[in-house]
Design a protein around this ligand. Structure first.
Ligand code: HEM
Length: 181
């Protein structure tokens, strides 16, 4: 009898672990900050990204900022009336960003996708580690790089400010990270 319980327990555990492992396999690494998640996978010369935040406004990531937001390759997305918009921006000032397209560059975001559910906005996209655009920057998968994470509030507009923003130092290959700000 005891043996039967043991076997049933093992089978139940395997059954529970399977969907969990499938979920975890989707992205190689995850960074959880306040009300926000950044998941990513480096694959060949691309990075696959998922951003999730407790907001009905925008969610964003900024690769390699120089001074506050200045010089960062910013990807920003939102979902309005069930339709997602994801744009490739550049930190043109310490406190401001503009779309690469408006700056005479390109939108280099690939496979954009997004949805909003129960007050949580999720976007996903792929980005080349190297583009020819002067308003992007090479993403170095080795060593450490700075990354900004932020989300907006309420209104579906890229112009609203962030109730939350943070800066981390990340090694995209190993998944190690350290909070900077
Ligand atoms: C229209 C949109 C935005 C406005 C008006 C704005 C404005 C500002 C302002 C005034 C500050 C300085 C005050 C503070 O530290 O909170 C700041 C800092 C910051 N912003 Fe934004 N921001 C915008 C979008 C973004 C986006 C899309 C990101 C990308 C992830 C971002 C990331 C950050 C970070 C990380 C800081 C802190 C920088 C530091 O202290 O070194 N911001 N922003």
């Amino acid at each position: 009898m005891k043996k039967n319980y043991f076997i049933i327990s093992i089978l139940a555990l395997m059954f529970l672990a399977l969907p969990l492992s499938l979920y975890a396999m989707e992205y190689q690494h995850k960074l959880e900050v306040k009300n926000m998640e950044f998941s990513w996978t480096i694959e060949n010369d691309q990075i696959h990204v998922m951003l999730k935040a407790k907001t009905s406004g925008w969610v964003s990531i900024g690769f390699d900022p120089e001074k506050a937001m200045l010089g960062a390759n910013i990807i920003i997305g939102m979902v309005k009336d069930g339709k997602f918009t994801i744009e490739d921006h550049y930190g043109v000032r310490k406190r401001g960003h503009k779309s690469d397209k408006d700056l005479d560059g390109n939108n280099d975001v690939l496979n954009p996708s997004g949805f909003e559910e129960n007050g949580v906005t999720t976007i996903s996209f792929t980005f080349p580690l190297n583009t020819d655009d002067k308003y992007d920057k090479p993403i170095n998968p080795e060593g450490t790089s700075l990354v900004m994470l932020a989300y907006g509030a309420g209104k579906d507009s890229f112009k609203t400010r962030h109730p939350y923003r943070t800066i981390y130092e990340i090694n995209y290959s190993t998944g190690e990270y350290k909070k900077i700000k």
